[in-house]
Design a protein around this ligand. Sequence first.
Ligand code: F6R
Length: 619
Amino acid sequence: MCGIVGYIGEQQAYPILIKGLHRLEYRGYDSAGVSLISENGDLNVYKAKGKVVALENGCKGQDLTGTIGIAHTRWATHGEPNQVNAHPHYSESRNLALVHNGIIENYKALRTELENNGMTFCSETDTEVLVQLIEYMMKSHNCDLFEGVQLALKNVIGAYAIAILEKKNPDQLVCARKGSPLVIGVAKKSDGHVEFFLGSDATPIIEYTNQVVYLKDEQIAIMDRKGRLDIVNLSSVHQTPQLDTLQLNLDQIEKGGFPHFMLKEIWEQPNALRTCIRGRLNPTDKDVILSGVLDHQDRFLNCRRIIICACGTSWHSALIGKYFIEEACQIPVEVEYASEFRYRNPVIFPDDIVIAVSQSGETADTLAAIELAKEKGAFLYGVCNVIGSSIPRATNSGTYLHVGPEIGVASTKAFTGQVITLSMLGLAIAKVRKTLSDDMFHMLVDELYQIPDKMQWTLENNKGIDKFAERFTYCKNFLYLGRGYNYPVALEGALKLKEISYIHAEGYPAAEMKHGPIALVDEEMPVVVVAPKHGMYEKVVSNIQEIKSRGGKIISVITEGDTTVKEMSDYYFTIPDTRDCYVPLLAVIPLQLLSYYVAVTKGRNVDQPRNLAKSVTVE
Ligand code: F6R
């Protein structure tokens, strides 16, 4: 939620900040703002409701000078998205300006206390409370900004990543984090000068430097123009900044000729998955090597149960992972919505393994779920995409997806990256527990290795979806059906359509249809059926017949060469044959494309759908 950018150095800050906001806009886009300490020493704040372009338009003709600044793009939590509630927020004296990502849970109590001490507020936000509290601490303790921040944060309950400017001290930038991400880019120039960049993730930083420090929870960082970077924790203990090198390049975060990031990311899937399996699946020895499992073999050998916690699309991939791991490893696997799990005092045994699946590695509920599991002694395993994010840092072991940055708000390549990673995880655990015959193991490794090529085939052979999608733009409802491994694919297809086209859609296990949803079927209702020639194929054919006899329009995903379902379908997409357990990796692709083209035809903002943000770092 919300994106933060910051800069201190010798360059003009405004263009850097605006470019950074565009890169972070996927995190939230209902309002934006920027603050600069100008060349004549003013602390200016400019804000606008809407996207970053609205801010740019509003800034025209203003004093945009300054070599230090902070900026923010917002996904509203407290207070409606308008100009007043947009960040940065001034303190009462206008000596401070602050941007914030996260939620201050005790903001009401803090605000009442500050109001009782005579402070007044302009906005409804928890963020304004934070900047006022810092100013109050500085005044009442007669201390500098760093100490004021430290004292204020000790009184705060909740999550934050903040960056603060002080008018009286234009040569330093202060930031802090707890629970929300913050990355500091450090660029050393050839003349010895050092400039610092701040970002909620590395995307606003990568074009200036690949040297970064990931700020840790309860750390405060002070950056100044002399190149000093001091990191101190809330208890005043100095921390040595750990410099990491980013594994990211600019091409990965640009559209590369595609009209939307989502389409680019759909087409990237074959290569993204090749990178994901590289060095892990060995086609010659027909082996799988996951260091995250190898380093903890005893845990996997002796575990009683696996619990997978996730949200949204990641929950769907977790469900496919459950089916695979149960089948291959003979371990009971439970899949939990992280938001439910964390609040219901679940039974967790010390010999359980809890897996967190998350693209961003920052989803607040998933993070809280594994923290709860950690308290109960479980072994924690992360399956995440964003390197250095909070979940990988909180887990005992894990496997990164390595599918590259996902910028489109609707998850596509991260979903298939998660499914293939969970399949490799299942194979690696099966190897430790010896639950598969050698022949079966080799065959599953071999077939998984072929998946990226089969994905490419699927993309190349379903090119007409754009034309065909037009016919469905006026539909009010869609039903998605699948069985076994393809039930989660039906859920994912429905979620994709809902979130970017705003058409209501439901995913159902095909056989459950008779227990209710069939009542919805009429001539107006497209029913998308994932019907590969596997498992319960005959039963799915019967389900299709039941829908057709009630007038429903059938859109099917079929195995290449299947004429039975093809002839029963009004429209069909073809995928190459593969093992039942790997069909989701192929079947989801036409469903991603269908939702994409329906949304584009409806004129929706595909990469930034309304009300959504890429990473949900608040509850
Ligand atoms: C849907 C989507 C969301 C995320 C969910 C979890 O396309 O992207 O449903 O899957 O918010 O996010 P992560 O995976 O970052 O934990």
